[in-house]
Structure formats: structure tokens, C-alpha cells
Design a protein around this ligand. Structure first.
Ligand SMILES: *Cc1c(COP(=O)(O)O)cnc(C)c1O
Length: 412
């Protein structure tokens, strides 16, 4: 049964999140399927950027730390975001970036496990996670090692020497979703702590950190939370660990009394001790708009729409391009797939560049994966229809074979 234009118009009319679509700026003629890498700009974020620069920074100057609430932003946004990922107020801060936060929580977790020296990670996970841990191990100089194990081989890797397990609940390339509660239970049964990387799940799928009994988590706000380029990351630590947490980046924002200006470090109580120093307030203030939109939509409604957009994309693709040569490398079962769809093709880079030139933005991950992100708040079902039509043209007319699409930019 073919999917008609009328079917798709009906989906948009009945979309419970159609009000959120209008909350985003839409670049002219562009169909943006890359909210899994950098989310679209909420209108409220654009307005906030101007207000925080001209109304707060320019007018209030240093008094803005109190009067505009800059000082409390990491905790206030943290409490806001906590509601979206199943954390309690006081368990999450928005600060620094994912990589830095990972350094802090892994160092903390290792210090809590002094008799264990192994860190279990998936070698296929987003590389920064591995790089950060490799650097930390070298710095600690205590003989820690990484045992690489993919999620399916976790049980064999969970020996009594494992201090910490680090995993992404949605894989950055394949979008495969892991069972956070079940894997956390297995790590705990082996005596290990677990750190979840939520970069591809916060804002895309429902996450319940406390119901899953997660120990620590990190993530970013610039993907599905639409926080803006380089917007701050976040860090979760379960309240039961707060009193024992010792992180290595002991700066004055993590001090018990930052304005007492004492000589020696005394950690703040609670999540504040995971802070280090002064935060990028312009960027952080702007990120609030996207977080607030995600909360107002609700994680379940966002998930349902994102799943429906992805399923529509694949159905239209199968209908219009049955012989495309684009192979689905994400789970075929939509319930096992996060917010994007990965398609592999030996000429993936050229195809994606030709598609971008045709006004459909996805991205490419070496060696051969095209990623199409289905960010639920800014997208309409009609956008998916138009995107597949343009992709079909690029493939059918072999537009991608033009030599100008073989060039690789710094950011793919
Ligand atoms: C995007 C992403 C990161 C990015 O880390 P930054 O420090 O924000 O650059 C880390 N981990 C995963 C799984 C990601 O998808």
C-alpha cells in the first residue's frame, strides 16, 4: 500500500507535538535530519541569546551573577533536566562538556573502587569516551586497563577485577538502544559501578536513571536537546554516592565556600562538588530554551514521534528506492532503535555530500555510514516525504558520482 501525500498531511495535522514545530527556526528550503549531531535553533533560544548579551551582560555586568541568576545556572538547569532523565533534583548539573564530565565521573568511580583496576567499555562507542579514559589511566599511573567488550559480550567481561563499566545507552552510529536497567543490574551484580553516556538519548528516548539504579551519567545538550553549538554538557551522580565522591578537577566552583577564598580545597556537599570553574554563561543560558521545550513535549511523546518519523522514512525509502543499495545498519525493529537511522553504502560520503547540496542535511560517519536523525520537536512528517524524494533523485540519477562530492570536509 503506497503512502500518499494526503496520508502524510494527516499525520502532521494529528501530530500532538505540532505546536513544538513552530517553536523552531526553519532555514529556508532546508530539510534538517541532523538533530542527532547539532539540534535546530529554538526561537526562544535566539531571543534568549540577545537578552542575555544585551540585557544581562551589557547592563548588569558583574551584578548579573546574582541578579540574573548566572551563579546558580548549572544547578538550576540541572534540576530542570533531571526531570527529563529520571534523576532527582540535586543529582544533576549542567556544566563543562561531555568529555570533561566523563573524566570527572570515571575518576570518581575509580577512586571508589580502590581494589579493582579494569574498566569495561565498548570499542565501537563514541571515540572521545575511550580517549578520555586512556588519558585518565595514563595520568593515574595505577595500572588500570581497559577491557573492550561490546554490549552483547558484557557478561564474559564482567570479572571480579572490573571497577567501572562505561556504555552509551544509544549507540552513536547504529542507534541501537541498550537495556539500561538490565545492564546496570548485571554490572552491580559483578561489583562494578556503571557510567552511562546519554548523548544520543537525552531528548530522544525516555531515560530513567534512578529507576535503572545508574551510578553516574554524562551527556550533552547540543544534540536532541537543541541547546546550541558547543552548549554545555551535563553530569549525573546518584545521591547515594555524593558523600564519597572525590573528583580530580577541584576548582573553586566545587568548593564548600567559594567566596570564603580559603587556601585549601574543601568539597561542597552534593552535586556541586562536581563543578570546577566559571561556566560559559551565554551558552548555558541559551541552552535552557531547548531543555524547556523537551520537558514541555514530554519524553514519551517525543519518542513516539521520533519513532514514527524514522519508520516513515524507511517505508518511503523502500517504496521509492527498492534497489538503492543503502543497507540498514540500525536495528530493523523501531523499538530497538534510538532517534536516528544508519544506512551503509560504500559511496556514503559522496551520497551524503550530494544530498546536502540538494538541501537535505544528514551526516556521514566513516567508513560508510549515512546517519539520518529524526529529532521529534522541529520536524514535520512532510519534511520526511520531501527528504526521501530528494534522496531518491540523488540515487536514481547518480548525482553523487559528480567528482565535486568526493571531497571530505573537516566536519562530516
Ligand atoms: C556527541 C557525543 C560525545 C561528544 O562529547 P563532547 O565532549 O560533547 O564533544 C560524547 N559521547 C557520545 C556518545 C556522543 O555521541
Amino acid at each position: 500500500m503506497t503512502i500518499t501525500k494526503a496520508d502524510i498531511e494527516a499525520l502532521d495535522r494529528q501530530d500532538p507535538l505540532r505546536g513544538h514545530v513552530a517553536a523552531f527556526h526553519r532555514p529556508d528550503g532546508l530539510i534538517y535530519l541532523n538533530g542527532n549531531s547539532l539540534g535546530q535553533a529554538p526561537q526562544a533560544a535566539i531571543a534568549r541569546a540577545s537578552k542575555v548579551a544585551s540585557g544581562e551582560w551589557a547592563e548588569m555586568l558583574v551584578t548579573g551573577w546574582n541578579r540574573a541568576g548566572w551563579w546558580d545556572l548549572p544547578r538550576r538547569l540541572g534540576d530542570l533536566l533531571a526531570g527529563l532523565v529520571g534523576a532527582a533534583p540535586g543529582e544533576l548539573v549542567v556544566a563543562d562538556g561531555t568529555s570533561l564530565n566523563l573524566h570527572k565521573v570515571v575518576a570518581t568511580a575509580l577512586a571508589m573502587q580502590p581494589d579493582r583496576r579494569t574498566i569495561v567499555m565498548a570499542g565501537s562507542d563514541f571515540p572521545t569516551d575511550v580517549y578520555v579514559v586512556q588519558g585518565l589511566i595514563a595520568q593515574l599511573g595505577q595500572g588500570h586497563t581497559i577491557r573492550f567488550a561490546e554490549a552483547d559480550a558484557l557478561d564474559a567481561a564482567l570479572a571480579p577485577d572490573v571497577a567501572v563499566v562505561i556504555l552509551s545507552d544509544v549507540h552513536f552510529k547504529t542507534a541501537r538502544i541498550l537495556d539500561m536497567a538490565a545492564i546496570t543490574a548485571r554490572a552491580h551484580a559483578a561489583g562494578a559501578l556503571i557510567v552511562w553516556d546519554l548523548c544520543h538519548s537525552a531528548g530522544a528516548i525516555p531515560v530513567d536513571l534512578n529507576r535503572s539504579k545508574a551510578d553516574f551519567a554524562v551527556g550533552c545538550t547540543y544534540k536532541y536537546l537543541n541547546g546550541g553549538p558547543g552548549s554545555p554538557g551535563f553530569l549525573f551522580a546518584a545521591a547515594r554516592h555524593h558523600a564519597r565522591m572525590q573528583q580530580p578537577l577541584t576548582g573553586w566552583w566545587g568548593h564548600a565556600e567559594p567566596f570564603a577564598f580559603q587556601r585549601d580545597f574543601q568539597p561542597a556537599s552534593g552535586i556541586s562538588r562536581m563543578l570546577c570553574g566559571t561556566q560559559p554563561i551565554l551558552s548555558m543560558a541559551v541552552a535552557e530554551a531547548g531543555i524547556a521545550l523537551a520537558l514541555s513535549a514530554g519524553a514519551d511523546a517525543a519518542r513516539a514521534k521520533s519513532q514514527a518519523l524514522g519508520a516513515l522514512f524507511l517505508a518511503l525509502l523502500a517504496e521509492q528506492l527498492p534497489q538503492s543499495g543503502l543497507l540498514l545498519s540500525s536495528p530493523a525493529d523501531a523499538s530497538q532503535r534510538g532517534g536516528h537511522v544508519a544506512l551503509d553504502h560504500p559511496h556514503g560520503l559522496a551520497i551524503m555530500q550530494a544530498l546536502i547540496a540538494a538541501g537535505v542535511v544528514g551526516d556521514f560517519r566513516a567508513p560508510c555510514t549515512l546517519r539520518f536523525g529524526f529529532s521529534p520537536l522541529p520536524l514535520r512528517y512532510a519534511d520526511i516525504r520531501e527528504a526521501v524524494a530528494r534522496l531518491a533523485t540523488v540515487m536514481r540519477d547518480k548525482v553523487w558520482q559528480d567528482s565535486r562530492y568526493a571531497r571530505r570536509d573537516a566536519v562530516t
